[in-house]
Each structure stands twice: as structure tokens, then as C-alpha cells.
Design a protein around this ligand. Sequence first.
Ligand code: ADP
Ligand code: ADP
Length: 234
Amino acid sequence: SPIIQAENLTKVYRSGKIEVQAVRGVSFAVPRGEFVAIVGPSGSGKSTLFYLLGGLTRASSGRVVIDGVDFATLDDAARTRLRRQRIGFVFQRFNLLPTLSAMGNVEIAYDISGQKEPMDRAYLDHLSDLLSIQGRLVHRPNELSGGEQQRVAIARALITRPAIILADEPTGNLDTKNSDAVLSMLRRSNKELGQTTLMITHNMEAAAIADRILQVRDGMILSDTRTRFASAPA
Ligand code: ADP
Ligand code: ADP
């Protein structure tokens, strides 16, 4: 069964008499291990979809089912637990804590996630190799380049071995060279570690590295296309 299922999802923002239908009846299913890009212009509903899929906001109607669990059936505490255990988040602005080293940022994310086992140092070494941030982990975010900060943020997202990575405009603040590096890292970690990856972007070139591209417009899915990277349908 699919690891992510969106069923007739809608989100309406209300302030006073004004209503904005940010997401309007979106349905799709993502099989385990797939790399999906969600592409659309500014205002098309991508961020709202990201918040819905990550359980960061409630749907107005419809359902988000993660690994068979419907977010709507969970209270806030259980929803937070599910999110911390199953989903790794990557944001446009990196969101690293400025007073901690890169290593400290990864460690605190691991501790907060409430895993039973202590952090696996060998796995962090493996991630650091994969992301080419060995030697950078002792530094604070302001001593790292944007590209390095984003790779640390990806290590932070991966350290709990989440089933799903949700990335919101991960290359939005990066130059072309660093964007390319971050995209190939996301692609590689998806392939080698098997995380299902959903990446929001307004950049069609970034989206082209995915297995599948969902184009959104006005809160709806305009097209659902498999790229040349897609493996043969099951
Ligand atoms: P970004 O991260 O792109 O700077 P935000 O996360 O602040 O933007 O918001 C994402 C989008 O949602 C933007 O298009 C913004 O205009 C819109 N938005 C955010 N908050 C509100 C609001 N209270 N009312 C209307 N639109 C909003
Ligand atoms: P995108 O990420 O594609 O730019 P958003 O999901 O941020 O799109 O926004 C979709 C629509 O919902 C836009 O019209 C935006 O202004 C509106 N919107 C987003 N967040 C809010 C909010 N918190 N309150 C009111 N309107 C919002």
C-alpha cells in the first residue's frame, strides 16, 4: 500500500469574510521509495500542501494517510509523534539553530525525535560522507556556506531514518552550483537509503531529477508525469 495518500484534500484559509481556497480537492498516492517533485508557481498551494502532508496543519476536508495512519484520527500529541518518527523536514531557510554546531544541530534533532536507541555515530559518519560534510560538523551555521548548511539540514532530517523526507524549496536560497549539489544529495539519499522523498519547488529544472512530477496550479493537480528516472511501474 502507498506510504503517502492524499484523498480529496482541501484547505480553506478564512480571515473574517475573506476565504482563500489554497488546496482544492487534491488526491494522489505515493509508493514507498518514490521521489516526487511538486511543482507550481508562487501562490499555487505548494506550501499549504507541504504543511498538510507533514501534519503541520489540519485539512479543511479530505485525508492525509501516512503509512496507513490517518492524521485526522490523531490528537496533537500523537500527530507530533508520528511526524517526528516518520518524517524528516528540509526547509528553504535551513532552520539550523545558530548557537549550536552542525553536529549539535543533528544531535538535538535526534534527541527531540524520541528514539529509543542512542544516536548511531557510525550512521552519522556515513551520512557525513554521503553529504560531503565531514570536517564541517564542528562549525556553527554562520561559519558554513549556504550549501553546507543545507547539507547539514539534510543530515539532520536523515539521522532518525525517517520513512519520508519532505523538502520545501530546498534549493530556494542556493546558487546553481550548491543547488545542483543539494539536489544530487537528495537523489542519492533517496536511492541509497530508500527514503520516500517529496520535494516542493517552483523550479522545473530541480523537479526534473524526480521520478515523478506533480504540477499544481490554483490548488489543484494539473498533471502527474513520470520522468525518465522512474523505475518501471510495479
Ligand atoms: P515565503 O516562505 O515564500 O516567504 P511564507 O511562508 O511567509 O512565504 O508564505 C507562503 C505564502 O503564503 C506566500 O505566498 C504568502 O503570501 C502567503 N501567506 C502567508 N501568510 C498569509 C496570510 N496570513 N494571508 C495571506 N497570505 C499569506
Ligand atoms: P505556494 O507555496 O505555491 O506559494 P501557498 O500554499 O503558500 O502557495 O498559498 C496558496 C494560497 O493560499 C495563496 O493564495 C496564499 O496567499 C494563500 N495563503 C497561504 N497561507 C495563507 C494563510 N495563512 N492565510 C491566508 N491565506 C493563505
